[in-house]
Ligand binder design. Structure first.
Ligand SMILES: C[S@@+](CC[C@H](N)C(=O)[O-])C[C@H]1O[C@@H](n2cnc3c(N)ncnc32)[C@H](O)[C@@H]1O
Length: 351
């Protein structure tokens, strides 16, 4: 075989970017925990000493951290004044309290990495590694990362894209949010549709405890409740709307879950299924978004789905065709893509 130096250089260039990126993940979590992005925003343009004083950390650490952030494009450096600052875009993505807080997403890989030896064992023995077995950083990172997408899209575009659902929610509907985690989507629904009665279900006890606390803190406990229940057997048979956000593909038995959801709906009810954006063929998902989802799915979603029979392991890149087939098998007849974002597929399924 001919050895192509140029192709090797391309591969090594990606490798250096990724190696730096993997250490960036650790630095981003440190920045998030210590408020380094916020401190820079508060005192910029700033020397490392000023950022360190604002954040209450050592100056030498702050200098190295800031330089690494600048090398990755997360922070900007002005060599003329030897000061660091955030552009408008960097401030919005990283530091503003109402901004995107993208550094929080890096809690996910860092948390998963804490159990890498156990996940290696699961590969070897072809067994599972459950969601509940992960370090809590995964639950926090998931909540904070996904919430941004829900805040930006759920009420403004996904719900209005469903047939007749917005009016029902406004008038007062019964809603189940299944696999709700810390309840980011559930809380948003309860805040936006005060006449509706919303229940979040998840099999993970610590997530339900935290979701209940969030509901109490938000003063929503009277019309929003969180219950410990798996997707295949949550209670209730008269829901107007059942939602599943980024959780169906994680489940060991997504078909059983979808069948149960079908049975829990009123005859004119709606199932809102939000899944990671994916196309139907592997070759069409070989891009940065697909890469993120495939690599996370390997160690989180597939690993969880392998914990119990039938171990369907749809994976985070199942795609609409596979999901629609499963929904049809579960008894849904009217299935369509209601909306999409670069990260999400939004499917509407009706009995
Ligand atoms: C990636 S998280 C998404 C959480 C939440 N929906 C969100 O968007 O922030 C997947 C969730 O599915 C839950 N889950 C997994 N298998 C489940 C099952 N069989 N029944 C109910 N919940 C399940 C997990 O506990 C976890 O909270």
């Amino acid at each position: 075989m001919a050895f192509d130096e140029e192709k090797l250089d391309e591969l090594l260039s990606s490798f250096v970017t990724d190696l730096g990126g993997s250490f960036h993940a650790i630095n981003a979590v440190i920045g998030d925990r210590l408020g380094l992005y916020r401190s820079l925003l508060a005192v910029m343009p700033a020397t490392p000493a000023e950022v360190a004083a604002e954040a209450g950390v050592g100056e030498r650490y702050a200098r190295e951290w800031l330089s690494g952030q600048a090398a990755g494009g997360y922070v900007t450096y002005d060599p003329g004044t030897e000061r660091f600052f955030l552009t408008e875009e960097q401030a919005f993505a990283l530091a503003a309290p109402e901004g995107m807080q993208i550094a929080a997403a890096f809690h996910m890989p860092i948390a998963v990495g804490k159990n890498v030896d156990r996940i290696i064992d699961a590969f070897r023995t072809n067994t599972g590694f459950g969601w509940h077995e992960h370090d809590p950083g995964l639950f926090e990172g998931t909540e904070r990362f996904f919430r941004q997408g829900y805040v930006a899209n759920l009420v403004s575009s996904w719900i209005p894209a469903l047939d007749g659902v917005e009016a029902k929610l406004a008038a007062g509907a019964r809603v189940a949010d299944v696999g709700c985690g810390h309840g980011a989507s559930t809380l948003l629904l309860a805040e936006s549709y005060p006449m509706s009665k919303i229940t979040g279900f998840d099999y993970h006890d610590r997530s339900i405890d935290l979701a209940r606390k969030r509901a109490a803190d938000a003063g929503l406990a009277s019309r929003l409740s969180f219950e410990l229940a798996a997707a295949a057997d949550f209670p209730g048979t008269d829901y107007d709307l059942v939602t599943v956000f980024d959780a169906l593909h994680d489940m060991p038995d997504p078909l059983g879950a979808a069948r149960h959801i079908r049975q829990s709906l009123k005859p004119d009810g709606t199932f809102l299924l939000v899944e990671p954006y994916a196309r139907d063929n592997v070759e069409d998902n070989l891009n940065p978004v697909g890469r993120h989802y495939y690599t996370a799915s390997t160690v989180i979603c597939v690993a969880h789905s392998m914990t119990e029979e039938p171990r369907t392991a749809l994976g985070a890149q199942a795609g609409q065709a596979r999901l629609a087939e499963l929904l049809r098998d579960a008894g849904f007849t009217r299935i369509r893509r209601a909306a999409e974002t670069p990260f999400n597929l939004i499917l509407e399924a009706r009995p």
